[in-house]
Design a protein around this ligand. Structure first.
Ligand SMILES: NC(=O)c1ccc[n+]([C@@H]2O[C@H](COP(=O)([O-])OP(=O)(O)OC[C@H]3O[C@@H](n4cnc5c(N)ncnc54)[C@H](OP(=O)(O)O)[C@@H]3O)[C@@H](O)[C@H]2O)c1
Length: 275
């Protein structure tokens, strides 16, 4: 299948990662546009694309426009693009937002652009090594053919695994992704502070807990139901240990409540496994 030329609008975390990974996979990133010219220039230089000053100038140079802007900016950038005087025939545009469907790209669709959603179910920091997160990533796609087939191929070329996002309730879907990707990090921050308070040096606590999180993620990958990946006091039925934890957290009632709620859900998960 032929490879479209690409325009990246938004040289942030996701846009930079995709630009680097697409270039490494043999795609031609023709142009990069953003808000701050120096950000677009830096990424464009790295992937030998042309830095341009507006999303429309980027779109003019490519077949597939990737809107890698914050969720709340997608509608405004799409409307701005659609208002630009240019030849839209044969062009395609996608956004990367898991929380929105493609109706937010309606102004572009009205200009004859094929539109879609390309959502990597993954987390990317703004660092070159973020591309290492891509292999094995599930990538949600919502588009009509022929764009859908093209995006599935792009996902496979990135060593990801495409899946169908059409008909999926996006806010619920994205809340699930944020729970596991972002709030796990919030829990890590809370746990690190707690372990430091217990007397472990901060760096050791952070590294140790991060390794522990990796172990839990590895356990989860090895099975196909989280109940089978569960270890710890709830899985063992050590109620006394959980009661000791709750007493130990009495100095921080909010964290104690979070722990109690999680312990209840974890007990339910563990009971499910026993049935
Ligand atoms: N990061 C992830 O892990 C991840 C994973 C999956 C999907 N996504 C999706 O990818 C999209 C981008 O997220 P992100 O995390 O990459 O955000 P980000 O790091 O904040 O980057 C956003 C980029 O958009 C640019 N931008 C903001 N407003 C703009 C505007 N009005 N016109 C043109 N460019 C504008 C910013 O430009 P400047 O750099 O010049 O400020 C920045 O480069 C979101 O829809 C997000 O849901 C992200």
């Amino acid at each position: 299948m032929d490879r479209p030329t690409i325009a990246i609008v938004g040289p942030g975390r996701a846009g930079s990662t995709l630009a680097r990974a697409l270039t490494a996979s043999g795609y031609y990133v023709a142009a990069v546009a953003g808000r701050h010219p120096e950000h677009a220039r830096a990424l464009a230089y790295e992937v030998t694309a042309r830095p341009v000053s507006t999303p429309a100038a980027a779109a003019a140079l490519a077949e597939l426009v990737i809107l890698a802007v914050p969720d709340d900016a997608v509608a405004q950038v799409a409307a701005g693009l659609a208002a630009a005087e240019m030849e839209w025939g044969g062009k395609q545009a996608v956004h990367l937002s898991g929380a929105q469907d493609r109706s937010v790209l309606a102004p572009l669709q009205a200009r004859g652009v094929e539109t879609g959603v390309f959502h990597p179910l993954q987390t990317f920091r703004k660092a070159p090594e973020a591309v290492r997160n891509l292999p094995g990533t599930l990538i949600g796609i919502d588009a009509d053919p022929p764009l859908r087939r093209r995006l599935e191929q792009v996902a496979r070329d990135l060593r990801g695994e495409p899946f169908d996002l059409s008909g999926v309730n996006r806010p619920v879907y994205h809340a699930a992704a944020v729970l596991v990707a972002n709030y796990a990090i919030t829990l890590l921050a809370e746990a690190t502070a707690l372990m430091e308070e217990a007397g472990v040096e901060r760096k050791t606590a952070y590294r140790g807990l991060t390794r522990l999180l990796l172990g839990s993620a590895g356990n989860s990958l090895a099975v196909d139901d989280p109940a089978q990946a569960l270890t710890g006091p709830a899985a063992r039925g050590d109620r006394g240990t959980i009661a000791r934890h709750l007493r130990a957290l009495s100095g921080d009632p909010e964290l104690q409540e979070i722990y109690r709620l999680m312990a209840d859900r974890t007990a339910a998960l563990s009971n499910k496994e026993e049935k």
